[in-house]
Ligand binder design. Structure first.
Ligand SMILES: [Zn+2]
Length: 575
């Protein structure tokens, strides 16, 4: 790791600088900054909502309070999704590195932020390492950096549920990541999450391969990001039945209480559909896509593992192609997440595309070219990829993998058209997020991160600095430049959220939650009892930093994965 200015150090610096005569202005949430910071060569904008603000602002050096930039606030933008009137403080031409804060006179001062080439290195490290914290089936210890953030080996009673058509203990591959605030493991949600992390490695290997995550496997010659991903891949492999089909999920029959994972005594069941063929299509096709990517990524480090992943992917695709419509709903007596998806054609397309990219085999190409047209409209200006809609990944991997011809032309064109609309909308939005009103759903922060991914991929297909800026804007939104002035990543920034719906964070003895976790974020639909007590506010304001609010403050691997991707895109090449 490079040296990064920590949040604590920055906060102390501001107190000193506030200085002058011993006066200590507390940062105001009315001035919003990316609390991790800004890249020296990138646009730098703070946002001001205070009615007390004048027309000017300055940026001060945290160390000595010296003014390093003077600017004028923009005209206010009425932000309909939050109800806020937002003015921009643009200090893009400030390229000095260090720690700073915005001072808007009578409106107050911002939380501190840094300007540096590696300003997102710490956030990347924590966000990617949070997957290690989610490991199941083993003891976890975040080490001296986070003393006591640890749990013993968990969920060691692994059993085939009667709905799987099998019986007895499941003996192998009891690894994987706890999915979210709960301790379940779900192949469908693992699909997009693990695929996104593998894409992070494939697209940004020069930036991420040297980042040491301080894992038990660190130093084994394999990049740590791949070491961590493998923990979940080995669980996914264990969910494949002998005929190639893949079971949908492995969870207890109901959610456990808010206890540490090793204190959850409920058996972990492999759960099937309850009748022949017991496995489900979406899980099997997602599995095939992920294993096909893994076959590429691990080839230089462990050819045997890569070969096994490819074989598993081929068998899974064959099964899914033969059983294209086996949907999953929770069997009677099962109360954990269903991750039910009514249409598995996008998962099948993704599997075919990734298998083609890995093998160049004709039948996968034929499947792709025969089906992609029906999915083109899923690369769209509103509504990025999500666990139930992976068609964009299928379409993009075809072009990123060297696909040519009409399909590649159409995919590139659709990607540019969508990204142009998203970038323009982001530039015009008060908070400069790509989210539209209907995006403030359960996990809206994951939607924002996936817009970022969409823009970065569009930039890879057709380079355009506007796409990169808009992607960075979504990151700024997540790291503090939002209506709450909260960093929505635990233990990142000077004012992060603190009460995630996350069992280890709630059950352990520490005041601070486990680090590196992205909050679900504002949810205009009031989908939990805690939110039901809220007044009706604009959707961007419908959020509670409250452990009870699972519909706005849970964490999940499918939200953290695109955050990791977006952060990796902003890292400097590793030396
Ligand atoms: Zn576990």
């Amino acid at each position: 790791m490079r040296t990064v200015l920590g949040a604590a150090a920055l906060a102390v610096a501001v107190v000193t600088a506030a200085g002058g005569q011993g006066r200590t202005p507390a940062p105001t949430p009315d001035i919003k900054v990316d609390q991790a910071g800004y890249l020296p060569d990138a646009p730098k904008v703070a946002l001001v909502v205070s009615k007390a603000a004048g027309d000017t602002f300055v940026v001060r050096r945290a160390r000595d309070g010296q003014v390093v930039f003077r600017g004028t606030l923009s005209a206010p933008v009425a932000d309909a999704n939050s109800g806020d009137s937002v003015r921009a403080a643009d200090f893009s031409t400030l390229t000095e590195t260090g720690a700073f804060f915005v001072d808007a006179g009578p409106a107050g001062v911002s939380w501190p932020f840094a300007i540096a080439p590696d300003v997102y290195a710490r956030a990347f490290y924590l966000a990617m390492r949070s997957f290690y914290g989610q490991r199941c089936g083993t003891a976890v210890d975040l080490g001296p950096e986070f003393p006591g953030y640890a749990h013993d080996a968990c969920h060691r009673e692994n059993v085939f549920h009667p709905t799987s058509g099998k019986a007895g203990a499941k003996t192998a591959g009891n690894k994987g990541w706890h999915d979210a605030g709960d301790y379940g493991r779900y192949v469908v949600n693992s699909g997009l999450s693990t695929g996104t992390l593998l894409w992070t490695y494939e697209m940004f290997a020069d930036r991420v391969k040297g980042v040491r995550l301080n894992l038990p496997e660190s130093g084994n010659g394999t990049p740590d990001i791949l070491n961590e991903i493998r923990w979940n891949l080995e669980w996914m492999l264990s969910m494949q039945d002998g005929d190639g089909g893949v079971f949908h999920k492995q969870t207890s029959e109901r959610f456990c209480d808010f206890v540490m994972p090793e204190q959850d005594a409920l058996p972990s069941f492999v759960i099937g559909t309850g009748r022949e063929p017991f496995k489900s299509t979406c899980a099997t096709a997602d599995f095939a896509a992920v294993m096909a990517i893994a076959a590429r990524a691990y080839q230089p480090f462990d050819a045997t593992f890569a070969g096994a992943a490819l074989e598993a992917a081929r068998k899974a695709f064959a099964w899914a192609a033969q059983h294209p419509d086996v949907l999953f709903t929770n069997p009677e007596g099962i109360g954990t997440g269903a991750y039910g998806d009514r249409d598995c054609s996008d998962e099948l397309l993704w599997a075919a595309a990734e298998l083609w990219r890995t093998t160049r085999d004709g039948p996968y190409l034929e499947y792709f070219t025969g089906h992609y047209g029906a999915h083109l409209a899923r690369i769209r200006p509103a509504g990025p990829a999500a666990w139930g809609q992976v068609a964009p990944m299928a379409l993009w991997t075809y072009v990123l993998g060297g696909g040519t011809g009409d399909a590649a032309d159409a995919i590139r064109k659709a990607s540019i058209a969508a990204a142009d609309v998203i970038a323009a909308r982001t530039e015009a939005n008060g908070y400069r997020t790509s989210l539209v009103r209907t995006d403030y759903v359960w996990g809206s922060n994951g939607v924002a991160a996936n817009y970022g991914l969409q823009l970065i991929v569009a930039n890879a297909l057709a380079p355009n600095p506007r796409y990169v800026t808009a992607a960075g804007d979504n990151l700024h939104y997540l790291l503090g430049r939002n209506t709450f002035s909260l960093s929505w990543v635990t233990q990142v920034g000077a004012n992060p959220f603190t009460h995630p719906h996350h069992r280890p964070s709630g059950a352990d003895k520490h005041a601070e939650p486990w680090p590196g976790l992205l909050a679900g974020g504002p949810n205009g639909r009031k989908q939990d009892p805690a939110m039901n007590g809220m007044p009706d506010l604009p959707p961007a304001k419908m959020y509670l930093d409250d452990q009870e609010s699972y519909a706005s403050n849970e964490v999940a691997i499918n939200w953290n994965a695109p955050l990791v991707f977006l952060l990796a895109a902003q890292l400097p090449p590793h030396k």
